[in-house]
Design a protein around this ligand. Structure first.
Ligand code: NDP
Length: 270
């Protein structure tokens, strides 16, 4: 049977094995998918060991940038993002790195949540690995403005410069903006610690602004609770993005597109 895995540290919490097993069952694909904990100082060893006979790998925190440097070639999405979350071992043994996070986010926003991105004013909070991976697909959806807002402003400015030729992108610090936007995407890791980035609540126009937290949990995240308290029209968490980015990876590996809705519903029930 073809073997796949997700590699990260920590990894015990990962829902990826469950998601890919559901995809495999649904599409009749014979494969195994496991979660592998890589030592923080030896991601490369874990990756090489698995791919000696494994067919593909998902990469998660904190190894996506290292994965980018270790593969032989990149998809267009991964090339500029500088981060890889999906690796395919090709027939000749070479490793292709892709980044499916952005396509997963945009699909979840547009298809599942029905949020219009074209012409929207979007604020992207955070300038880490997750943010890098989603900028190109967000700009491809033709917003009127995409502002990367980060605690460390330099990092937001670097991203705005890097993606500047792809669309209307700018950078700002957490306290700089007060005018409301259509969509706020939280790509910081603040929710992991129950914190909310220190942005102005005026960025939310009550009853209009949609807020999306890439983090997901069984309860509303700290950011989505904050957004709801300040009148956000809707608050969405990142579970749909997780399932959609996994579907993109599955399609790359197996050439079959799984249905995401039943998998999403099953995870929500868990
Ligand atoms: P990184 O560690 O690379 O980046 C973290 C970012 O969060 C930085 O911009 C950092 O700012 C900012 N940050 C952290 N704490 C705070 C705080 N208290 N206030 C303001 N800003 C803060 O993480 P990733 O980019 O890899 O991941 C970010 C989140 O996205 C995680 O929660 C992850 O689980 C989620 N994610 C979800 C996915 C999904 O499928 N749903 C896919 C990928 C990621 P600074 O630069 O100033 O340190």
């Amino acid at each position: 049977m073809d073997r796949y895995a997700v590699i990260g540290n920590p990894i015990a919490h990962s829902k990826s094995p469950l998601i890919h097993r559901m995809f495999a069952e649904q599409t009749g694909q014979a494969l195994t998918y496991e979660a592998l904990l890589a030592p923080l100082d030896d991601f490369a060893g874990t990756l090489r060991g698995f791919l000696a006979d494994g067919h593909g790998v998902n990469v998660t925190v904190p190894f996506k940038e290292q994965a980018w440097a270790l593969v032989d070639s990149h998809s267009a999405a991964a090339e500029r993002a500088g981060a890889v979350n999906t690796i395919l071992r090709q027939a000749d043994g070479s490793l292709l790195g892709d980044n499916t996070d952005g396509r997963g986010l945009v699909r979840d926003l547009q298809t599942n949540a029905g949020i219009k991105l074209r012409g929207a004013r979007i604020l992207l909070l955070g300038a880490g690995g997750a943010s890098r991976g989603v900028i190109q697909p967000l700009l491809a959806a033709r917003p009127s403005q995409l502002c990367v807002v980060n605690r460390t402003v330099d990092k937001a400015e670097q991203l705005a410069t890097l993606f500047n030729d792809l669309g209307p992108i700018s950078a700002a610090g957490l306290h700089w903006l007060e005018e409301s936007v259509d969509l706020i995407v939280n790509a910081t890791s603040a929710s992991l610690g129950g914190e909310v980035p220190a942005i102005s609540p005026k960025l939310i126009r009550p009853g209009h602004t949609v807020c999306y937290d890439m983090m997901y949990a069984s309860e509303p995240t700290a950011f989505n609770r904050w957004a709801s308290e300040h009148g956000a029209a809707r608050c969405v968490d990142g579970l749909g993005m997780l399932v959609e980015q996994a579907a993109e990876a599955f399609e790359l590996w197996r050439g079959v597109r799984p249905e995401t809705a039943p998998v999403f519903a099953a995870l929500r029930r868990n």
